[in-house]
Design a binder for this molecule. Structure first.
Ligand SMILES: C[S@@+](CC[C@H](N)C(=O)[O-])C[C@H]1O[C@@H](n2cnc3c(N)ncnc32)[C@H](O)[C@@H]1O
Length: 305
């Protein structure tokens, strides 16, 4: 998912105040989270076609503590618990286990040395982690040695081995980024528990067109990006903009390009391993834009209210 975590705070301050903020494609709910902290709205409606709104709701009601633990590939496959499916799936797709390949074991140890119930268990996992780490370092050293001797032998093979090392490095940084993101997701959900007035939140799981919009609301939509994969069903952008036209309240849309009025933009550093949700502008970052279904004058008026 293209999380709005990095720009959520700026984003909510670029959206006018109203009674209710309706986030129709809430995903990880980064925007509603920031919006609740900002106190710019009194009520919130969150919706997504996936069960993410319900998970967010559970998180802010302090029901996430039991998830501070390791979940194995097997448990992930067998469970019906949506929170586990969400937290431990790759790209929040609820289907594929978060980690893959030879790093799965060491990452499992790393999580367990931080989350196991007793200190004794944590120590045991810490030792397993160190042992595994040593083996991996030894493996990498051996690989380097082999590459060096190959280098002396054949220039063609040297080129190939350098390429494979590069691939390995980029895979490693991708993997560490993913585990970091998973932890960040959990931390951000937990920090919500301290928010007040939780009853102001209504969470829904439906198609965006089915959500009843109250009066004096502002709608925010972080729609799936064009020409990207990763969501369970295809998304009809034409249909979405037809729906926007029918709305009686201000609608704000995050897009790279949109037929609506652009009211703000931000540079967002591109993270490796997230190619589906971000378009690179060639500078290692991408431009996030916010659009509005009215004119610039109407926008300024709404912001000054
Ligand atoms: C770009 S992501 C939103 C990311 C979110 N802003 C965040 O910070 O995590 C788009 C979301 O739209 C949801 N979605 C796709 N089609 C939908 C539909 N027809 N109705 C409601 N939600 C939909 C996806 O499940 C996904 O969570």
């Amino acid at each position: 998912m293209g999380s709005k975590n990095d720009i959520a705070w700026e984003l909510v301050h670029a959206i006018p105040k109203a009674e209710t903020l309706v986030e129709l494609f809430c995903g990880g709910c980064a925007v509603t989270h920031a919006a609740m902290v900002s106190k710019r709205w009194k009520r919130f409606i969150i919706n997504d076609i996936l069960p993410t709104a319900e998970i967010f709701d559970r998180a802010i009601h302090g029901k996430m503590k039991s998830y501070e633990r390791f979940v194995s590939r097997r448990e992930f496959k067998e469970t019906d618990d949506l929170v586990i499916k969400m937290l431990w799936s790759f790209g929040n797709d609820l289907q594929s286990y978060l980690w893959n390949g030879d790093k799965e074991r060491i990452k499992g140890y790393a999580v367990q040395m931080l989350t196991a119930k007793s200190l004794k268990e944590r120590r045991a996992f810490w030792m397993k982690f160190i042992k595994e780490l040593k083996e991996q370092i030894r493996y990498e050293d051996l690989k380097k040695l082999k590459d060096e001797s190959l280098e002396r032998l054949q220039s063609l093979e040297r080129l190939q081995s350098l390429q494979s090392l590069e691939r390995l490095q980029s895979l490693q940084s991708l993997e560490s980024l993913q585990s970091l993101e998973r932890l960040e997701r959990l931390q951000s959900l937990q920090s919500l528990e301290s928010l007040q007035s939780l009853e102001r939140l209504q969470s829904l799981q439906s198609d965006y067109r089915e959500v009843k919009i109250p009066q004096n609301a502002i709608i925010y939509c972080d729609i799936p990006y064009r020409n990207t994969s990763g969501y369970l069903n295809g998304f009809d952008h034409e249909e979405f903009y037809k729906w926007v036209k029918e709305q009686k309240v201000p609608v704000f849309v995050s897009e790279y390009n949109s037929p609506l009025t652009q009211v703000a933009e931000w540079e967002k550093r591109k993270k490796k391993g997230n190619p589906n949700t971000m378009k690179d502008n060639g500078l290692g970052s991408c431009t996030e834009r916010l659009y509005f279904n009215g004119t610039l004058e109407q926008y300024k008026e709404l912001m000054n209210r």
